[in-house]
Design a protein around this ligand. Structure first.
Ligand code: AMP
Length: 591
């Protein structure tokens, strides 16, 4: 039987008995880490796990160990980072720490990374590839044009290796195994992926992608942003790339010796290919680069990347480049743990759901309800955001249509850890839930009693930017800020636009966004003027690139970068304010 069938069979069996598999997963996590300080503190070091039934162990664990946020675990993780080699969170010492992107939460966080982390990454990639190849068969020996990037690995004070999770994975044995054993190979060698300079790497990814253009079976990245960024760069770079192909040379802007050497090895003068690509690009430029991917990579079967959540705003641009080539959503996970796999690659990004993999972590789900007046018998806990919380439930007890916050207990030493993601249960695949990603739980915009999440903001921006379709302009990226320094506070939304737009249209966009926030706190505050008119600020071309470069300069990997949708970061606000070229206010409020 082919390895692809084996992994599908393994997953289907696990999904069938997901509840029991979760109990075993929890038992394995507890057995391997009971000697750790953290688990010992809550469960007692002399617990005899083997004397308890699965149900008893689950019930003991969830009653004795408290729910925790990253802030609760931070003192433990800091000790590890400072070199404490005692069993703090796990029995086996942690030797690597990952940095979560920090662009969603605002600040990078350390999270333990172990061999299990890269093994599960390889496993989920193989599983997803097996499901994809059922509907999109690809040629063995073909190539993948992958826009992937490592950032720098560095040592913490205590000498532990630190870096982003993708960086650790790309440096791991598991990644090498994947490169050796999968049907298709990445166009770029490791030296390009790991160079640590995203502009130089992007140039080389593109050049190698062009050289192997007929062999490219699909185009991929971790998050969709990287594909859009690379193809936008292509619009500027194609002539130079074609010249390099014609001459068999490599642009002098590629200054890193190891990357140069690895790329140059693949180069031979190819004037006919250069002319062919040039002809395509001249036509594409005239049509605004619509359908770039199929024209330049004619055998690409699909585009594969994370396209949900904060990547949704880039879908329009991605579709523009993709033409008829289908978009396939990549998996759902986080630096802390992988969570779910896309079993239905034909589903468009707007409808994708992820089947939870019950062997990766022990998952719990906190039911979330939009806040409403409570009766005295309610067991719901009121929180400072827009939700009331119920009691966490195990994976097999979730209800279809209900929204939850995910809680993880991992093999890497996180116990009942609140991930901060809100998901909705779309259905079940055998015994395991299928989740749609809703948003990060954290509020992004709040001035007083108003409560808006990243999703609310995204919807408002979508509504406002719809009006741009009347023009030839498009929204490149956006972010926001709740301005409370002056009374009354108000929302500021920053847009970078490509193309010309009349001021009247932007004024309408601003009004439309203001009216699109339907949260009652906002509506009431706007009507009573305790929140001022929404302000739309148009920023100069390249502003969001500067923001991305600020994060990359501070250690974020391009592969994991997500534009912060709301910011209080002074450096970012200074960049945004310096780059503001026009301002509009929504003075006539009509929700
Ligand atoms: P990081 O902090 O870089 O590890 O990013 C992890 C976060 O990215 C998750 O907690 C989610 O909020 C988001 N994310 C990851 N995968 C997906 C996905 N498939 N769809 C939507 N959001 C995702």
């Amino acid at each position: 039987m082919a390895a692809e069938d084996d992994i599908v069979e393994w997953f289907e069996a696990a999904a069938e008995t997901a509840g029991a598999v979760q109990s075993q997963t929890l038992r394995r996590i507890i057995e391997s880490n009971l000697g750790s300080e953290y688990l010992g503190r809550w469960l007692g070091g002399d617990l005899r796990v083997q004397d308890l039934s699965p149900a008893e162990l689950e019930s003991l664990f969830t009653s004795a160990v408290p729910l925790a946020t990253h802030a609760d675990l931070e003192p433990y993780i800091q000790r590890i980072a400072h070199g404490d080699a005692s069993p703090v969170l796990t029995q086996q010492p942690i030797t690597m720490l990952s940095l979560s992107s920090g662009t969603t939460g605002g600040r990078p966080k350390y999270v333990p990374f172990t061999r299990f982390s890269s093994q599960s990454t390889l496993e989920i990639f193989r599983l997803a590839a097996a499901y994809r190849s059922r509907v999109f068969p690809i040629r063995s020996g073909g190539r993948i044009l992958e826009f992937i990037y490592s950032s720098k690995q560095f040592q913490t004070k205590g000498g532990l290796m630190a870096g982003t999770a993708t960086t650790h994975y790309f440096a791991s044995e598991e990644f090498k195994t994947k490169q050796r054993t999968t049907k298709c190979f990445t166009c770029s060698p490791f030296e390009v992926i790991s160079a640590g300079d995203y502009q130089q790497s992007t140039y080389c990814h593109l050049l190698l992608g062009l050289l192997f253009h007929e062999e490219v079976e699909f185009v991929a990245s971790t998050f969709a942003y990287s594909i859009v960024q690379a193809l936008t760069a292509f619009e500027e770079l194609w002539e130079e790339l074609c010249e390099d192909m014609r001459q068999g040379t490599l642009s002098s802007k590629i200054s890193m010796p190891t990357m140069r050497k690895a790329v140059v090895e693949n180069l031979v003068p190819n004037p006919s290919l250069a002319s062919k690509i040039e002809r395509e690009c001249e036509g594409l430029r005239r049509s605004g680069w619509c359908g770039l991917i199929p024209r330049v990579w004619p055998n690409a079967k699909y585009i594969y990347s994370i396209m949900t959540g904060s990547m949704q705003p880039y879908l329009r641009k991605l579709r523009h480049y993709a033409g008829e080539v289908p978009l396939v959503c990549a998996e759902y996970g986080s630096t802390e743990s992988w969570i779910g796999v896309n079993l239905e690659p034909l589903n468009p990004p707007e409808r994708v759901a992820f089947a939870v993999i019950p062997t990766f972590s022990y998952f719990e789900f906190i039911p979330l309800h939009k806040q409403r007046k409570q009766d005295s018998s309610s067991r719901l806990v009121t929180t400072d955001d827009d939700f009331e919380e119920g009691q966490p439930v195990p994976l097999c007890k979730v209800s279809v249509g209900q929204q939850y916050e995910i809680v993880l207990t991992t093999f890497t030493g996180l116990y009942r850890y609140r991930l901060g993601d809100v998901v909705e249960v779309a259905g079940f695949y055998k015994g395991t839930p299928q989740l749609t990603f809703v948003c990060r739980r954290k509020l992004v915009l709040t001035v007083n009693i108003d409560k808006n999440t990243e999703r609310d903001l995204q919807l408002a921006v979508e509504k406002g930017s719809c009006l741009l379709s009347r023009t030839k302009a498009e929204l490149v990226d956006f972010t926001s800020h709740a301005e409370v320094a002056h009374h009354p506070g108000h929302y500021v939304i920053y847009w970078e636009i490509k193309g010309e737009v009349e001021e009247g249209v932007l004024q309408d966009c601003c009004r439309e966004m203001d009216a699109a926030f339907v949260d009652q706190g906002y509506v009431v505050s706007r009507k009573t003027s305790s929140i001022g008119p929404l302000e739309l600020r148009i920023v100069d071309t390249g502003t969001f690139r500067k923001i991305m470069e600020h994060f990359i300069g501070n250690g974020t990997a391009m592969s994991q970068f997500k534009t912060p949708r709301c910011t209080t970061n002074q450096v970012l606000l200074t960049i945004l304010d310096c780059c503001t070229v026009k301002r509009f206010w929504s003075t006539a409020y009509s929700p």
